[in-house]
Structures are given as structure tokens and as C-alpha cells.
Design a protein around this ligand. Structure first.
Ligand code: ATR
Length: 273
């Protein structure tokens, strides 16, 4: 049977095996999907061993995405732009192809929630790996403006400079942000510590869409905060998780699984519905 897995550390609580097992059942593909948690300095060896032993493809998550970028034989254009690899496929001619499906997953999830990206003003919070992966796919949707705000301002500036050939992207300091924005995407890891990015409450209005790439079994700190200040449309990153997985599955198997039912089953599994 074709073998796939996700590399991460820690990875024990990953929902990827659950998601890909449902995709495989839905599309009648024969495959198995497991977990691998190598020590941080043993990822390269573990990756090699997996493919030497017949593995067909893998996902890569924190903290290995940047390292995976350096270990593959060839990069997709979107992986090259993202500077990170979350999906690897062994091609028929024995080449390890590195791809990045995170940004496509974000855009697909935003669209499935009915969020319009064309001609919109988007505020992206954070300038780390998650922001970098999202920029090219977001700019491809032709927003009228994409502003990056980051606690460390110079990182936002660097990112804006790196992507400005793709669209109207600029950096602004948190305290200088001028609304109104149509969509705010939180790519920071602040929610992990229960913290908030230092955003002025005045930027939140009833017609704004709020997206947090993080998710949990209850509202993230950022989503709770945005709701308190009047946001009516709030979304967490669970849909993005399923959509990036669907994109990876499509890369591996050449067949696109449906995501709606799988997202519902994942929510049921997590006890959030
Ligand atoms: P990831 O790969 O998840 O993007 P990262 O590359 O470590 O992780 O980036 C984390 C991002 O969250 C950064 O933009 C970080 O801001 P700094 O560049 O100033 O460090 C942001 N971040 C983390 N905690 C934050 C907090 N409490 N408030 C605001 N931004 C925060």
C-alpha cells in the first residue's frame, strides 16, 4: 500500500492522519498515512529513510518546513516563494518535489466562507513563516491593498519589499494602521500564548472579516477579542488545515477530495460541534 506521513515535532496531536484517511476513503484511494516525530537534528536522516523504504510522499510541519526546503531535489514555484516546504512528493522519475500548499489552503478556506478578496483591503498581522507562505496566494487574488503589520517592524518591511513585484503590498507599524480594512488575517503565533497582537480596537467594525490561522477547541484569544469589539464574521484556521491537506492530497494522487464533509467530521472529532 502507498505510504504517506507527516513529519513534525511535536506531532502526536496532528489531525493530518484523520483528514487524509477520510480523503482516501472518499476518493477510494488505497493508502496509509502515519506520523513521524524525529528529534530536531534527525529530520534529514528520517526523511531519507522514509523515501528509501518506499514512502510516496509526506507533509512537513513545525519545526521542519524550512529545513525541508533545503532537502528536496526540486521546488514548486509557490514553495520557492514561501521559503518553506509543507508537502513532498516522490515523482515517478525518482525526484523529491517540494511544494507548499498552506497559502492555497488559506485562500480556499476564505473563499469557502464567502470572503471576497478581489479589490479588498487586507491587513496581514505577522511577518514570520506563516505570513510568508500566505503572501503570494493572497496577492494572486488581486486585493486593492495588502498591508503587513508586525511587532518587529523591519521584518514586515523586508517581507513587503520581497513581494512587492506581485502586487500592492506595504508594511505599516501597528500604531500607524489606518482603516478601514475588509479582512484581517492573524498569522502571528500570539494566540499560542493566549496573547494578542497590539491592534487598535477602532480598526474592528461590523463588516470586517477576521481570520485567525490558529485554531483550538474554543475561540482563539484574537477571535474572542475581535468579537468583543463588534466583528461578526470570524474564522479560525481549522478550515485552512483541511484545505491545505486537500491540496497536498491532490498533488500526490492527482484527484481532488471534497473538504466540506471532512471539515464537519473533524469538528465533530474535536468536539467543537
Ligand atoms: P510562524 O512560522 O508561525 O509564522 P514565526 O516565524 O516564529 O512563526 O513568526 C511568528 C510571528 O508571530 C512573528 O511575526 C512574530 O512577531 P515578531 O517578528 O515581532 O517576533 C509574531 N508574534 C509572536 N508573538 C506575538 C505577540 N505576542 N504579539 C505580536 N506578534 C507576535
Amino acid at each position: 500500500m502507498d505510504r504517506y506521513l507527516v513529519f513534525g515535532h511535536p506531532v502526536r496531536h496532528s489531525k493530518s492522519p484523520f483528514i487524509h484517511t477520510l480523503f482516501a476513503r472518499q476518493t477510494q484511494q488505497e493508502l496509509e498515512y502515519g506520523l513521524a516525530e524525529p528529534a530536531v537534528d534527525e529530520f534529514a536522516q528520517a526523511l531519507r529513510t522514509f523515501f528509501d523504504q518506499g514512502g510516496k510522499g509526506c507533509n512537513v510541519t513545525v519545526p521542519f518546513k524550512e529545513q525541508a526546503f533545503t532537502l528536496v531535489d526540486r521546488l514548486s514555484p509557490r514553495a520557492k516563494r514561501a521559503g518553506a516546504v509543507n508537502t513532498i512528493k516522490l515523482t515517478d522519475d525518482g525526484v523529491l518535489l517540494g511544494d507548499n500548499t498552506d497559502g492555497a489552503g488559506l485562500v480556499a478556506d476564505l473563499k469557502s466562507h464567502g470572503v471576497t478578496l478581489a479589490d479588498s483591503r487586507i491587513l496581514l498581522l505577522g511577518a514570520g513563516g506563516a505570513a510568508r507562505g500566505a503572501l503570494a496566494p493572497l496577492l494572486a487574488e488581486l486585493p486593492s491593498e495588502l498591508v503587513i503589520a508586525n511587532r518587529t517592524y523591519t521584518k514586515a518591511q523586508q517581507l513587503a519589499a520581497e513581494f512587492c513585484d506581485l502586487g500592492p503590498v506595504t508594511a505599516q507599524a501597528y500604531e500607524q494602521l489606518a482603516g478601514p480594512f475588509d479582512l484581517v488575517i492573524n498569522s502571528t503565533s500570539a494566540s499560542l500564548q493566549g496573547e494578542l497582537p497590539p491592534l487598535a480596537p477602532a480598526l474592528i467594525h461590523t463588516d470586517i472579516a477576521i481570520y485567525d490561522m490558529m485554531y483550538g477547541t474554543s475561540d482563539t484569544a484574537f477571535i474572542s477579542w475581535a468579537k468583543q469589539h463588534g466583528a461578526r464574521q470570524t474564522m479560525d484556521g481549522l478550515g485552512m488545515l483541511v484545505e491545505q491537506a486537500a491540496e497536498a492530497f491532490t498533488v500526490w494522487r492527482g484527484i481532488r477530495p471534497g473538504t466540506k464533509q471532512v471539515l464537519r467530521e473533524l469538528k465533530r472529532n474535536l468536539g467543537v460541534i
